[in-house]
Design a protein around this ligand. Structure first.
Ligand SMILES: Cc1cc2nc3c(=O)[nH]c(=O)nc-3n(C[C@H](O)[C@H](O)[C@H](O)COP(=O)(O)OP(=O)(O)OC[C@H]3O[C@@H](n4cnc5c(N)ncnc54)[C@H](O)[C@@H]3O)c2cc1C
Ligand SMILES: NC(=O)c1ccc[n+]([C@@H]2O[C@H](COP(=O)([O-])OP(=O)(O)OC[C@H]3O[C@@H](n4cnc5c(N)ncnc54)[C@H](OP(=O)(O)O)[C@@H]3O)[C@@H](O)[C@H]2O)c1
Length: 459
């Protein structure tokens, strides 16, 4: 047998999850000096992960990363295997038998819990399900959101909370020419929401919004962005933070918040109020959410490490709807080491290690949110995937020389009766979505049901 990574014996790598990290790992492998065959396995019949299912519909520029992924997909070394869930349609151990190496890039698909009474009351939702729903993710397509209440509270002050609040705040006219799903547009058209509170447990200088995202609130036609000026009084340590280079982003945010505070008198049908130093301790209601009880916090700790400490004092906001937007969380795949506490895969520079003793497991790698945790923008995953592929390429000598690659993969999927799709079949779905969007002036109208997508792909 010739050496691994040659024309006669290509390096066969399976990558699990076709979001940014899966595509960037593919790109790094394709660019290497070895002859490679990459099988990119995706549980949905559509690629691109959160760029398709997470990035807000009114942010089309941020979806341009897809153009880069489309180019990567044209490489003859690339193969897409869609509609296959690893851990269900094929087991992790089986992939180790079919491929020289497996890279897990399957993201963080669930949400963190607040762990407070009333979290599951009717009207209390997660950002994860709302985002999936308005973006047409098949798993969330049939969720229902009752937007017939006037007041909504969003817990968390990260960019996802900004996305959720902005979508709730905008008029249908501002959304109807985006790729937002039709079912979401119809429900948003009937929304009775007038007041949106975005609640942070720390202060204005610690909010995790990107300044660009925050600024957009000043431009929403339908909605006034507001802050009580008294909430912008910073403690001494926060003022120190803003004076440091590291605090530049926060300083910009505070300047924008100042503009919110100056918006008194702006007459718009909705108001979106940011409020700080408050943690939810209880949701109350008789089956249906009626109010959130918040504990007032103060900040304690060194610059850039200040955390929220409860004062014992509480306040309430009457609301019929609440979104928890406090971060995503990874889920395990059976047979793949997993840190339950962090919701990530244990690894050293992308090499998967056992949870117990930290020993490297030969041939297993990880990149993206499931490697690092659910933070970082699309581009962050590129350097992350490059690091992982660098580790993999250093290890090639340790791999078993003979592996069947995609031939073995297809054999298992066929014997399990799995209906997988390839990249050309995805392109048929893609073209049909674009065509369906055209008469509505939308970039695309997404298919939101797997069976529709599969029927089209197999036509
Ligand atoms: C709501 C939201 C909006 C965002 N907006 C922006 C933005 O505007 N700009 C920006 O730069 N960043 C944005 N981000 C961050 C960005 O989306 C992430 O950094 C990036 O998507 C993480 O990439 P990933 O490949 O690790 O995971 P993902 O993008 O989540 O991709 C993981 C893929 O794995 C698949 N998968 C999961 N389990 C399995 C399995 N068992 N078998 C097979 N496949 C599986 C999933 O279906 C998914 O396609 C946003 C994040 C969120 C949550
Ligand atoms: N346009 C974009 O570029 C874009 C859009 C969306 C998402 N993203 C990226 O995707 C990543 C994930 O975003 P995210 O918004 O989900 O996460 P995030 O940035 O980590 O924000 C989570 C928010 O929830 C708060 N929080 C956490 N636990 C809490 C609790 N128990 N009680 C109350 N509040 C709590 C956090 O407060 P603390 O700060 O106190 O922990 C923080 O305000 C980020 O890196 C983000 O930048 C980017």
């Amino acid at each position: 047998m010739s050496s691994l990574g040659s024309e006669t014996n290509p390096l066969r790598v399976a990558i699990v999850g076709s979001g940014p990290s899966g595509f960037y790992a593919t790109e790094a492998l394709i660019k290497s000096d070895l002859v490679v065959e990459v099988d990119l396995i995706e549980r949905l019949p559509a690629p691109f992960g959160l760029v398709r299912n997470g990035v807000a519909p009114d942010h089309p520029k941020l979806k341009q990363a897809i153009e880069v992924y489309k180019k990567i997909a044209q490489s003859p070394k690339f193969n897409f295997v869609g509609n296959v869930t690893v851990g269900k349609d094929i087991q992790a151990e089986e992939l180790q038998q079919t491929h020289h190496a497996v890279i897990y890039t399957y993201g963080a698909e669930t949400d963190r819990k607040l762990g407070i009474p009333g979290e599951d009351l009717q009207g209390s939702y997660t950002a994860t399900e709302f985002v999936g729903w308005y973006n047409g993710h098949p798993d969330y397509r049939d969720r229902t959101f009752d937007l017939s209440h006037e007041t909504v509270v969003v817990i968390g002050q990260g960019n996802v909370a900004a996305d959720v609040s902005r979508i709730l705040a905008k008029s249908v006219d501002e959304l109807k020419h985006t790729d937002i799903s039709q079912h979401a547009l119809e429900v948003l058209a009937e929304s009775k929401i007038k007041k949106i509170y975005i609640v942070g447990r720390r202060g204005p200088a610690q909010a995790k919004f990107a300044s660009k995202e925050l600024k957009e609130f000043l431009e929403i036609e339908n909605c006034r962005a507001y802050i009580d000026p008294a909430e912008l009084q910073l403690n001494e340590i926060s003022q120190q933070e803003l004076a440091e280079k590291e605090g530049r982003g926060a300083k910009k945010n505070v300047e924008i918040f100042q503009k919110f505070a100056d918006s008194e008198g702006t007459d718009r049908p909705r108001i979106c109020t940011s409020t700080f130093l408050k943690s939810p301790i209880r949701l109350e209601g008789n089956g249906q959410l009626e109010k959130v009880v918040l504990e007032i916090n103060e900040l304690a700790g060194e610059p850039f490490k200040q955390s929220a400490k409860g004062t014992g004092e509480t306040m309430e906001i009457d609301c019929g709807i609440l979104f928890r937007s406090i971060g995503y969380n990874g889920v395990p795949i059976p047979g793949v080491p997993f840190y339950e506490h962090w919701g990530t895969i244990p690894n050293k520079e992308g090499r998967i290690t056992t949870e117990q003793d930290g020993d490297v497991v030969t041939g297993l790698y990880t990149a993206g949110w499931i490697k690092r945790g659910p933070s970082g923008i699309i581009g962050t995953n590129r350097a992350c995937a490059v690091e992982t592929v660098h580790s993999l390429l250093e290890d090639v000598e340790k791999f078993d020389v003979t592996k069947p690659g995609r031939e073995g993969l297809y054999k298992i999927l066929d014997s399990n009766g799995v209906q997988y799709i390839n990249y050309s079949q995805w392109e048929i779905i893609d073209a049909a979505e674009i065509a369906a969007g055209e008469p509505k002036g939308k970039p695309r109208e997404k298919f939101t049901r797997r069976d529709e997508m599969l029927a089209l792909a197999n036509n």
